[in-house]
Ligand binder design. Structure first.
Ligand SMILES: [Zn+2]
Length: 225
């Protein structure tokens, strides 16, 4: 396994590290992003923890290539704000459209370079989807008809099994969200594209554990680990 650190949007005020981890065998690639929204802390901590585990050889990428951007919007993260404008509405909406922010331009360019089979974007949200289906907390989201749907249903079933309180269990949501990274990856890269949302009001340590379990589940489904 080989791990290299690079800089996204290098030389701009949005510069942020990303990591390319290659397994010893050939395989698919996966892109993993967190911190598109700067106030969704558990997703950022989980992505950083994943990078740390890989650095320390406590987790191995066996096949293919993993690209991780642990904190996409560092400026928003510093201020613990969602980010202005909302970065997750600035990705290209169609073939002819262009990304509208330095970071979404750089991120989408990186995605085009690697043509990932999977595009996973970690977030957090309000509410518990089991209690209120309008809420996005504790969900895995894909665009309708996305090829990731069977896999994310299996991951949700696996992650839910030890969660005794039903209200805290995850659900699968299918929705279009034009301008989001997931939507662009689904429509323009034909990737298996997933958004992960933990619920903000749960304890931080639980949220990080959920994010880690889901990331590992997706890495396994993608045959990288
Ligand atoms: Zn978010």
């Amino acid at each position: 396994m080989e791990m290299k650190k690079h800089l996204l949007a290098k030389g701009t005020r949005f510069e942020t590290p990303y990591y390319v981890i290659r397994g010893n065998s050939k395989g698919k690639s996966m892109m993993l992003t967190a911190g598109v929204h700067g106030n969704e802390i558990a997703s950022i901590l989980a992505a950083e923890r994943l990078v740390d585990l890989l650095k320390k050889n406590r987790l191995w990428i066996e096949r293919g290539t993993l690209i991780v951007v642990p904190i996409v919007n560092r400026q928003a993260y510093k201020l613990r704000i969602r980010g202005i404008p909302d970065l997750n509405r600035t990705f290209p909406r169609s073939e002819k459209d262009k990304a509208r922010h330095r970071l979404s331009v750089a991120l989408f360019q990186l995605a085009k370079q690697y043509q990932p089979a999977w595009y996973v974007d970690l977030h957090e949200a309000n509410g518990l989807s089991k209690i209120n289906p309008q809420r996005l907390g504790q969900t895995l989201i894909a665009n309708p008809k996305n090829a990731a749907i069977p896999a994310i249903k299996r991951i949700v079933a696996h992650v839910n099994r030890p969660i005794v309180q039903k209200s805290k269990q995850f659900t699968v949501r299918l929705r279009n969200l034009s301008g989001s990274g997931r939507h662009a990856a689904h429509h323009l890269l034909k990737a298996k594209a997933v958004t992960v949302e933990t619920c903000w009001s749960l304890p931080m340590s639980d949220r990080v554990i959920y994010q880690m379990k889901i990331m590992k589940g997706i890495l396994a489904e993608a045959n990288l680990i």
